[in-house]
Design a protein around this ligand. Sequence first.
Ligand code: AN7
Length: 403
Amino acid sequence: MYRLKCIKCSEEYPHDKQTFICEKCQGLLEVSIDIDKVSADKDTFDKRPIGVWRYREFLPVGEGAKIITLKEGGTPLYPGENIQKKIGLDDLYIKNEGANPTGSFKDRGMTLGLTKALEFKATGVCCASTGNTSASLAAYAAKANLKCLVILPAGKIAVGKLAQAILHGAKVVAIRGNFDDALKLVRAASEKFDIYLLNSINPWRLEGQKTAAFEIIDQLGWQAPDRIIVPVGNCGNISAIWKGFKEFYNYGLIDKLPKMTGIQAEGASPVAQAFKEGKDDVVPFNNPDTIATAIRIGAPVNAPKALAAVKESGGLLETVTDEEILNAQTLLACLEGIGVEPASAASIAGLVKLTKSSEIDTSEKIVCITTGHALKDPEAIFSRFEKPIEIEPDIEELEKILD
Ligand code: AN7
């Protein structure tokens, strides 16, 4: 019912083939599911709790597979009432992926990733990461009882994420280099030491991440929004979410598709630049830089998938500055009560920018995806807000400092 397929030359490989790259043309692979052989409907899903595995018929795992789960997904879809009013929109929602077990959307991918790793009889798993992937992989590897190696750019990982990877018992290696260097190294390590690679070049992992689209449709009462806005780094998530929408559309569960809108941080925006220049070739940023360390990526591996998603859907890619990102983080925290890390706030920063420039129609039903929890990166908060005022435990002293 499912196999691997090259997105460039359409060459197909059996589902148990151990490769992530087309052997013929070096193109990226995706999982191709025979949608006409799927048998499920809204009632099938309704009997199960909301989350990744509610949509099991659309997930490429064998019948008897041992499923590694921490009950990921089922994240809240909040109406963005206060932000919507402030910036003049009619129908805004926020899908808060920071509410996942390890605090980011990566958990959706890792439940599939570790389930497949066991199916493929892996004894260990590995990834390179800007932080969240490593936190998630470490936790799921622990649950699956597999060894875990994570390679990180030294000094550039938000402290909460690093703490998680260490806590869950991964072998944590920091390299003198950036994420792109770490990814190169881990790909070599995966081959040399036969450890299963779980970066988003792994198409099985993205199958879990596509369930964010399924949940949004489900939570909106079986309809698609007009637009999805999502932060973009290595380009896996936007591609996965688009695949999810297409599958429910092809299966007949929705009758329209949303415009996929990807937001990159200006200092790490090779894909947005390519899109703006109308090019398919993405020119890597050699020294990507942004406060949003999660998306500090110069050579996104899934760029061709993301560009296709944006073009097919009639969406767009936009950049935002660090200042816009931090303002959006504050907006979300102080108007909606949702705490997110800087990279997550890129979707809201993009929303604000595109509303101002009238590229978004104010009547659109929009879902902004916030990808990671505020506590992932406490330093990004402490560095720009006032520290608490210290006083004696005395009511008069307290009165003096209150407005
Ligand atoms: C909060 O952890 O790449 O475009 O190694 O942590 O699918 O890469 C993180 C990415 C957005 C970008 N928001 O998603 C990693 C890593 C947050 C993230 C992204 C990331 P992709």
